[in-house]
Every structure is written in structure tokens, then in C-alpha cells.
Ligand binder design. Structure first.
Ligand code: IDP
Length: 154
């Protein structure tokens, strides 16, 4: 369990989340929970990046509209670190379809339809590693001592 606190996930506020003004709230939720922000940038993603990011959905009906939607404006890409961050992060986001998301989750508080669901979060540790490597260079990931850590973990 020594390195479990170093688990990482890739979280992205999608262009609708940026336009809706919820970037601060998404950051605030992860910060308040006790997770550690290690990378963050605003970027309008080129199509090639989105094709790689969403490769598993190529050929599906929503694939092209998805690429257009995510590429339509800047996103806020982040890497967060902490114990069970991948699975807890997904819970904080809510279900893919906001209509099925519990109130209190990000999508459950801000979204109505799947095609405008505000945020992305990696669905496994393997996807997280792949997505972090896609969106960030190694030197963009920060190492810093989280001084509150002793109050967050026993
Ligand atoms: P996830 O984002 O919750 O992991 P995935 O099934 O991997 O969900 O889908 C990736 C993204 O593709 C979703 O977040 C959503 O933006 C979009 N998407 C998935 N299914 C549909 C759909 O049926 N209609 C429109 N967009 C969809």
C-alpha cells in the first residue's frame, strides 16, 4: 500500500463545462476531497489528439459528433493524485448519462444529456496512464509535497 496514494487519474473539463463556468467547481470538489493536483492546462485539442483519446469509440454513431464537440473550444486538462482516485473520481463525476447521475455528482448537478456531460475522467488505472501520457509531457507533471497529507491519510 506504500504507493497507493500516488495513484493518478486524468480529469478534463470539456468545452461545455468551460462555457458553463464550472471549471472552478470541478477543481474545488477534488481539492476539498483531499486529492492532490499535479498537472493542469487549458488547451483546444487538435483532432489527432482527440482521435487517440477516443480511439475505442471509433465507428460508433456518436464518434464524429463527439470529436467535434470536444474540439469545439478549450478544455481544462488535469492530473489528480491520491488513494483510489480513479474509482472515486468516476463517482464524483457521475454516470456517463447525466440523467442517470445522482444529484451531488458533477454531471448530476450540471448536465442533462450524454452528448454534453461536462467532464471526463479515466475509467481505469490503465486508461489513466494512457490518457496522462497523451495529454501531458512528463515535465508538465509536478512533484510537490502535499503538506496537508498527514491530515487526509491516517
Ligand atoms: P465516459 O466518458 O463516462 O467514460 P464513454 O462511454 O467512454 O463514457 O463515452 C465517452 C464520451 O462519449 C461520453 O462521456 C460522452 O461525451 C460521449 N458519448 C458516449 N455515448 C454517447 C451517446 O450515446 N451520445 C452522445 N455522446 C455519447
Amino acid at each position: 500500500m506504500a504507493n497507493a496514494k500516488n495513484e493518478r487519474t486524468f480529469i478534463m473539463v470539456k468545452p461545455d463545462g468551460v462555457q458553463r463556468g464550472v471549471v472552478g467547481d470541478v477543481l474545488h470538489r477534488f481539492e476539498r476531497r483531499g486529492y492532490k493536483l499535479v498537472a493542469l492546462k487549458m488547451i483546444q485539442a487538435p483532432k489527432v489528439l482527440l482521435e487517440s483519446h477516443y480511439a475505442e469509440h471509433k465507428g460508433k454513431k456518436f464518434y464524429e459528433p463527439l470529436l467535434t464537440y470536444i474540439g469545439s473550444g478549450p478544455v481544462v486538462a488535469m492530473v489528480w493524485e491520491g488513494l483510489n482516485i480513479v474509482s472515486v473520481g468516476r463517482k464524483m463525476l457521475g454516470a456517463t448519462d447525466p440523467a442517470k447521475s445522482e444529484p451531488g455528482t458533477i454531471r448530476g448537478d450540471y448536465g442533462i444529456v450524454t452528448g454534453r456531460n461536462i467532464v471526463h475522467g479515466s475509467d481505469s488505472e490503465t486508461s489513466a496512464q494512457r490518457e496522462i501520457d497523451l495529454w501531458f509531457r512528463p515535465d508538465e507533471i509536478n512533484q510537490w509535497p502535499h503538506t496537508a497529507e498527514k491530515w487526509i491519510y491516517e
